[in-house]
Design a protein around this ligand. Structure first.
Ligand code: ADP
Ligand code: MG
Ligand code: MG
Length: 209
């Protein structure tokens, strides 16, 4: 069974930061179509600040991820900062005291993180938000875990499901966030937040487990 320790969680954030920097223009283009054209810069800036967090000696996984969450809340403006910040703050809580984690613990953390996004943003599936990528990811992770998959396998299943959820946002009319101001004109474009959430999970599949 594969497990992850704090150094792999650091690698996850570093990989996400690199990915978001590389894809910033793409995310911003998506947000330009149905929002205010800042999602790429918001995300790249926020995760760069997280990737630059100093390596505290003997720090637990939960303490590290709480710092990531606080950094995103404080450094990223707009809707996505508090939502991703809450994701990491809530993700960290079930991992308190753990020095290495496997599928069971990450399943709890992922569910808590995504529940936090819902508590904060009140999105439902089909509202054309990041939750449309996150909700199927949680289900796929749990399904893979109950089937006995190791952490890497669970994360790969979650990333594939997130990508499917991201793609499902294209025809939707947005009901939450800035894109909802466009009404019917929001249809025909991928949701930027569902796109960045998929990158976060694809990066987890590369870095954890
Ligand atoms: P802003 O819209 O404030 O400029 P960003 O562009 O960084 O913020 O983020 C936009 C993304 O945030 C959207 O694509 C959507 O996925 C997500 N989002 C917006 N509102 C909500 C919400 N209430 N719940 C979940 N996600 C949301
Ligand atoms: Mg925006
Ligand atoms: Mg904005």
């Amino acid at each position: 069974m594969t497990v992850a320790d704090v150094s792999q969680f650091r690698a996850w954030i570093a990989d996400t930061s690199a990915m978001l920097t590389e894809q910033a223009e793409h995310l911003t283009d998506l947000d330009r179509a149905i929002g205010d054209g800042d999602h790429g810069t918001n995300m790249a800036r926020g995760f760069a600040a997280c990737a630059a967090l100093p390596d505290a000696d003997g720090e637990g996984i939960d303490a590290y991820l709480k710092k990531v969450g606080m950094t995103l809340v404080s450094q990223v403006g707009g809707a996505s900062g508090p939502l991703y910040g809450t994701f990491f703050l809530r993700f960290a809580a079930p991992l308190a005291g753990a020095t290495s984690v496997g599928p069971t613990e990450v399943a709890q953390a992922l569910r808590a993180g995504v529940d936090g996004v819902v508590a904060r943003g009140k999105a439902e599936v089909g509202d054309k938000t990041m939750y449309d990528a996150l909700a199927p990811a949680v289900r796929a992770f749990d399904g893979a875990a109950s089937g006995g998959a190791d952490l890497a396998g669970c994360l790969e299943a979650a990333a594939v499901a997130a990508a499917g959820g991201r793609d499902s946002t294209e025809p939707l009319v947005a009901r939450k966030g800035r894109a909802s101001y466009l009404g019917e004109r929001s249809a025909g474009h991928l949701d930027p937040g569902a796109t960045s959430a998929t990158m976060l999970l694809e990066s987890a599949a590369r870095s954890l487990g």
